[in-house]
Ligand binder design. Sequence first.
Ligand code: AKG
Length: 201
Amino acid sequence: MRTTDYSNQIPGLILIEDFVGREEEAAMIDAVDDNQWCGLGISPNPELKRRTQQYGHLFSYRYRKVLEELGPLPEFSSAIVDRIMKQELMPNVPNHLLVNEYNLGQGIMPHTDAPALFGPAILSLSLLSACVMKFTHVETGHTLDILLPRLSMVVMTGDSRYKYKHSISKDHIDTASDGTTVHRDRRVSFTFRGEHHVFAF
Ligand SMILES: O=C(O)CCC(=O)C(=O)O
């Protein structure tokens, strides 16, 4: 594992390379591909333009609230959760896992994960492909494009979590701020979030 601390450019932003190995990656991808995806017309969250899965609880993008408690995070994520806690990357055990699939031409719009729903640390694991994540300061417009290598974990706390929006382009080839380019492929991300959610039911 190699950690790059971007805090001198955006406080609270770090990247940990090789957070998982290739065999773990394959097992996690097999597990999610055996489960039900939603999005692209399929409920819940049919309006999403990419496929997703949620574990822990079900968040509605449309209504911006938690709709249902789904139980503990799945067995296939438990080694990652243990690693997160051992490395003290989150204050509490994550209770939400969002799996996003990005095929070529799919991205995610600039957003800040709802502060009223999710805790102070947002962690996202990149599987199968690298991509570039753009950070844009909500007030100053300052931007930074960082490469998220395959198998890496990006950790957003502090300003990177609360004062910046993050997004992923639809481009087939991405360029980071340091000039590195990456050819995109199918990417599946595991985003871990914790506490601070108010149930709607
Ligand atoms: O794909 C990722 O790494 C980020 C996902 C994300 O930002 C989200 O679903 O809110």
